[in-house]
Design a protein around this ligand. Sequence first.
Ligand SMILES: *[C@@H]1O[C@H](CO)[C@@H](O)[C@H](O)[C@H]1NC(C)=O
Ligand SMILES: *[C@@H]1O[C@H](CO)[C@@H](O)[C@H](O)[C@H]1NC(C)=O
Ligand SMILES: *[C@@H]1O[C@H](CO)[C@@H](O)[C@H](O)[C@H]1NC(C)=O
Ligand SMILES: *[C@@H]1O[C@H](CO)[C@@H](O)[C@H](O)[C@H]1NC(C)=O
Ligand SMILES: *[C@@H]1O[C@H](CO)[C@@H](O)[C@H](O)[C@H]1NC(C)=O
Ligand SMILES: *[C@@H]1O[C@H](CO)[C@@H](O)[C@H](O)[C@H]1NC(C)=O
Ligand SMILES: [Fe+2]
Length: 632
Amino acid sequence: MAYSRLVLALSALALAGVVVNADVQLHADDDDAWLRKDFRRNMIAEAGNAAYKHETVHCDPKAVGSVAGCFDQNIPAVGNIDYKFGAPQVSYPTDGSPWGVHLTGPYPDGRTYLVSWYVGAPTIGASVMRPDVCGLKTYAAVRKAGAKGWTKHTGSVVNYLRAYTDPALVNGTYLSPQIHHVVLPHLDPNTFYYYQVADMNGQLMGEYRFKTLPGPGSKSVYPLRVGLIADVGQTVNSSDTRDHLMANKPQVVILVGDNSYADNYGALSPDDLDGSGTNQQRWDTYQQLWQPLFSTVPILNCAANHELETEGIPAVINNTTTSFSFPTNYPFQSYSARFPVPGTTSNFGDITQNLYYSTIIAGKVKLITMNNYVPFHKGTPQYQWAMKEFASVDRKMTPWLFVQFHAPPYHTYFTHYKEMDCFMSIWEDVFYEYGVDLVFNGHVHAYERTHPMYKYKPDSCGPIYITIGDGGNVEGPYRNFVDEINPNNNKTYCEALQTGGKSPVALAASNPSGWGPGYQRQAHAPGCPTVTFQPATSVDNGILVPSNMTAAGQPAMGFCQNSQPTWSAHRDPSFGHAILELQSDSVARFSWYKNLEGNAVSMDDVVLERLGACASRMPSSEMMMGRRMMSA
Ligand SMILES: *[C@@H]1O[C@H](CO)[C@@H](O)[C@H](O)[C@H]1NC(C)=O
Ligand SMILES: *[C@@H]1O[C@H](CO)[C@@H](O)[C@H](O)[C@H]1NC(C)=O
Ligand SMILES: *[C@@H]1O[C@H](CO)[C@@H](O)[C@H](O)[C@H]1NC(C)=O
Ligand SMILES: *[C@@H]1O[C@H](CO)[C@@H](O)[C@H](O)[C@H]1NC(C)=O
Ligand SMILES: *[C@@H]1O[C@H](CO)[C@@H](O)[C@H](O)[C@H]1NC(C)=O
Ligand SMILES: *[C@@H]1O[C@H](CO)[C@@H](O)[C@H](O)[C@H]1NC(C)=O
Ligand SMILES: [Fe+2]
C-alpha cells in the first residue's frame, strides 16, 4: 500500500515536471552515518507512459509458428535457425584479407579503443599443431574525419588451438585463424574516425568508420545512446536484431553475453546441431554476421555460459579456480582470444585477465562487468576485484553506475528461474549499498524489466534489473512464465520446476545449494543458498505450489507466485533490443524494441529520474573495508 501511494506521488510529480531537490537530507542514523553520501544514489523514479505498470505480453503464436509452439519450447520457432555454413551472410574471405572486424571499448581512460580482426582461415584436423605467432606484428591506422594523415598503430597477433581430448572429436581439432588486436590510444572524444586494418602481408586495407564516445571533459555528453543486446546468435532473427539496433544509432553497445552459440554444434560439422562438443567455425561465422555493427560501434561484451565451452576438453571451473594457463584448452578460450576486455594492452587472449572488467563510458557511466560463472564468493579474485571497483566509484564523477553479468537474478520465466540466488546472497547488498542504478542481464531468451527493487520487493533505492537476452539465437525465444498455466497439463509452469528430478521444495529440504544448472553451481562456494523463498508480500494474489513450505520462524514464503509479481514491470517473450538514452546526470529514457514482423517496435518505454534521497542499509564489514580502501 505504501508502495502504491509512493508511486502515485512520484508519477504525479513527474507528470507535473516538478524537480525535487536532490540534496534532500538523508535520513541516516547513527549506524550508517559514517557512510559517504556519494556511496548512495538518489532513488530512481519511473515517469512517462510505462511508469509503474505491470504488463505481461504472452507468446505470439504467429512469431513461433503455432499455438502448440507457444507451450512447447522443443518446437522450433519458425525460421529461427542459424545461417548455413557457407551462406553469404556468414562467409569470410580466405585470401588473407581482413574479416570479422570488431571494436571493443571504450577503455577506462575514455580515449582508447581496441580493434580486432581475423586473417586467413582456420585449420581443422587431428594433427593440427599450433604455430607460434607471438612474434608477429600487425597494424591498424586511424584518420580523423576531415583530416588527411593516417596514424599507424602496431599490435599483436594471437591464435588458439582447440585440441579436443575426447577421442570422438579429435578430427575436429581447430586452429583459429590469425587474430589481430591493435590498441588505438589517444583518440579524441566525440569524433568520427576512419580506420584501416592489415591483411596477412601487413598491407592496410579497407576503410571502416566509427565515432568515439564523448570523453572525460566533453562539453556535451548527453544525450548518450547505449544499445543493449544479449544471447544474439546467428539466425535471421539475429541479423534482424542487428539491423534494428543499428538503425537506432547506439554510440556504444553493451552485449550481455552468449555470443555465437558455437557450443550447440558438433565439433565435426558447423552445420550439425548435435551439441557434441562446440564447433569453433561458428565463432568465425558469427563474427562475419555481426561485423556491420561491431566494426562501427564499440562493444562492451560479457563472458557467459555459451562462452565457457568446456566440451570435449579436460578443463573445468570449480569453486577453487582462480586462474588458468594459456593458451590451449581452457574455458572461455575462444571468447578471451576474440574479445579481450577493455583495458587489455598486452597478453591478448590470456583468459586470466579477460573474465571480468570495469570501464567508464563517456566519463559519466561506470560499468562493472562481472562473471557469474567463475567463483565470486569471498576470498576469490573476482570478489576482491569487484569490491575494489565498487568502493572506487565516485558518483560525482560518474553519476551513473551500471552492472552487467549474464544470468538474471530477477525474472519470471520458466527456464533459468532463480538460478542466481547464491550470487545474490553475496552481491545484492553490495549493489544496494553502492546505489547501482541498472543491472543488465541476458541468458533468458526473452524480455523483462523490473521496478527498482531489493530482495523480491519494490524498493526505490534498489537497482532496476533488465533481462535483455532476446537477441535472436538458435535456441529460440522463451515462451512461458512460471505463473502461467500450461494447457498441456493444466498446471502452472512453476509446478514443473526441478533440478535433477527434484522440486525446489524437495531440494530445500535435502540440498539447499542444489538448484540450477551445473555450469552455474560449479562456481558456487559450498553451502551457498540456491533455494530461497520470497516473501508473500511480493506476490499479488497468494502463493503457488510448490511454495507452501514455511520454514520455522519465517513468514509464509514462496518459490514462485501465481501472477506477475509486484516487482516485475514489463515482460514479453519476444526477440528484440533496447536503447538506454541517458539525457542528463539524473534522467534516462529506456526503450525496449521488439522484433515484430520484420520491424522494431518500441513496446516498453520508461523515463527514469532521480528524485529524493535514499536511506542506506546497514553497512557490512566488507563495505567498511571498501571505505578504508577509499580513504587510504
Ligand atoms: C524470426 O524470423 C522469422 C523470419 O523472418 C520470423 O518469421 C519469425 O517470426 C521470427 N521469430 C521471432 C520469434 O521473432
Ligand atoms: C578421423 O579421420 C580419419 C581420417 O579421415 C578417420 O580414419 C577416423 O576414423 C576419424 N576418427 C574419428 C574418431 O572420427
Ligand atoms: C578444481 O579445479 C582444479 C583445476 O582444474 C583442480 O585441480 C581441482 O582438483 C578441482 N577441485 C575440485 C574440488 O573439483
Ligand atoms: C484442462 O482444462 C480444460 C478446461 O477445464 C479442459 O477442457 C482440458 O481438457 C484440460 N486439459 C488437460 C490436459 O487436462
Ligand atoms: C570447493 O568445493 C568442494 C566440494 O564441494 C569443497 O569440499 C571445498 O571445500 C570447496 N573449496 C572452497 C575453497 O570453497
Ligand atoms: C505442501 O508441501 C508438501 C511437501 O512438499 C506437499 O506434500 C503438499 O502436497 C503440499 N500441499 C499443498 C496444499 O500444496
Ligand atoms: Fe546464457
